[in-house]
Design a protein around this ligand. Structure first.
Ligand SMILES: Cc1ncc(COP(=O)(O)O)c(C=O)c1O
Length: 406
């Protein structure tokens, strides 16, 4: 198991590269991937890293080196994957709500495609018919995931084709002689219960007989990782056992064997990431003591967006007396990272690190309030390397077209 970067080391990186700063520890990614591979070794499983979590090309290249496939949610992610060395056959494009022209572009690049609407499926059928195998994303009507905002398989979700419309799917498949190779579901993020995956598989098993060309069942991502002290990650070993059992029984009874696909994002990169900020201002109020840092939801939106929890530590005063602080950002809106959190005494100028910052951290960052995006640093073999420069003022102007209309 790789050792976590120490507080002293993170502090040294903050001083060397400046803050706010994203830091990724590459060996942690390898450890997480190894856990998945070991747990699922009895089954025929392929892992597609859901790169929406973190797309820095150095990270993508590392996944290629580790031997994963890759799951993309936009045509630009597909292009980044190709740029990083993935073969078309190793790339899966699972998007939703996209224009048909983007699907045509993906087809032109030769990647695997999961289609998530009847209208695009029909267009695909008319345009490509039998000539290009395809996958279909279904909505299994299962409530799963950490909270409603990150739940994607329930009966009010925009994702996938409702499983109740399987008849319509088959009509299109037959009319256009489509070759459906994959059925896909992704029910949500932060799933800690293996049974949810089994429920999803059972929904798929109901409709599988209609799909004669099926080769793989894609169960999406969503494996929960620990966020707080004492929190647990999903029991991957148990999940793997259950999945093995369920598919083996199906094979015995129905004589059909499928390859299982997964699209883990968070499980692979959440814990490798640290986000380091510096305290600008301390403010005592009757409600709480605010520790205002030199960042905000423009750099790490997860707490404000969907109530995500990030463990926070004061790495420049680790021995300080414990007190409660509300850690807030400098954005001109309510911008709370944590309310009444116990930290070692915080002084202006101290450095606070946010854990679990690898997934959906930098990736969801923006220039709101015309703030600059942070730098990214990668730790490999105990050495830190800059993998994205901190933005500069000129980046804010880069794509603006200055007209002389006045
Ligand atoms: C289709 C699909 N697959 C995989 C993932 C990855 O989920 P997670 O990062 O929770 O593993 C997502 C997340 O949004 C998704 O929408």
């Amino acid at each position: 198991m790789p050792e976590q970067p120490s507080h002293e080391y993170l502090l040294q990186l903050a001083q060397e590269f400046g803050t706010p700063l994203y830091v990724y520890h590459i060996e942690k990614i390898a450890e997480q991937y190894q856990k998945l591979k070991t747990a699922f070794q009895k089954s025929d499983v392929v892992f597609f890293y859901a790169c929406k979590a973190l797309t820095n090309v150095n990270i993508l290249k590392y996944f290629k080196f580790l031997g994963t496939n890759i799951d993309c949610s936009s045509i630009n992610e597909v292009k980044l994957a190709l740029y990083s060395g993935f073969q078309s056959s190793e790339i899966l494009y699972t998007a939703n709500g996209i224009s048909f022209s983007e699907i045509e572009e993906a087809q032109g690049l030769g990647v695997n495609i999961n289609i998530d609407s009847l209208s695009n499926l029909e267009k695909f059928g008319k345009r490509f018919g039998h000539s290009y195998p395809v996958g279909i994303r279904l909505r299994p009507d299962i409530m799963a995931g950490g909270n409603l905002k990150i739940s994607t398989g329930h009966n009010k979700s925009k994702f996938g084709i409702p499983v109740a419309q399987a008849g319509k799917i088959l009509e299109l498949v037959n009319r256009h002689d489509l070759v459906v190779r994959t059925l896909h579901i992704h029910t949500g993020s932060d799933i800690d219960d293996a049974e949810i995956f089994i429920k999803g598989i059972e929904v798929l098993f109901e409709i599988i007989p209609g799909f004669k060309d099926l080769q793989s069942i894609d169960l999406g991502g969503g494996f929960k990782v620990p966020y707080k002290m004492g929190d647990k990650e999903i029991d991957i070993q148990r999940l793997a056992e259950k999945i093995f059992e369920t598919f083996t029984n199906y094979e015995k009874t129905n004589g059909r064997q499928f390859r299982i696909w997964f699209e883990p994002g968070k499980f692979l990169v959440s814990q490798c990431g640290y986000f380091i900020t510096q305290v600008n201002v301390l403010k005592e109020t009757e409600a709480t003591t605010f520790a205002g840092v030199n960042s905000g939801f423009n750099h790490l939106i997860r707490p404000m967006f969907y109530d995500a929890y990030h463990h926070i530590e004061n790495i420049s005063n680790t021995g300080g007396e414990k007190r409660k602080y509300s850690v807030v950002g400098n954005i001109c809106e309510t911008d709370t990272f944590a309310w009444e959190r116990t930290l070692s005494e915080v002084r202006e100028g101290d450095y606070l690190v946010f854990h679990n910052a690898g997934a959906y951290g930098f990736e969801m960052s923006s220039n709101y309030n015309s703030r600059l995006k942070p730098a990214e640093v990668l730790i490999i073999d105990g050495k830190a390397q800059l993998i994205r420069k901190r933005e500069e003022f000129s980046d804010l102007l880069r794509n603006q077209v200055i007209t002389d209309f006045l």
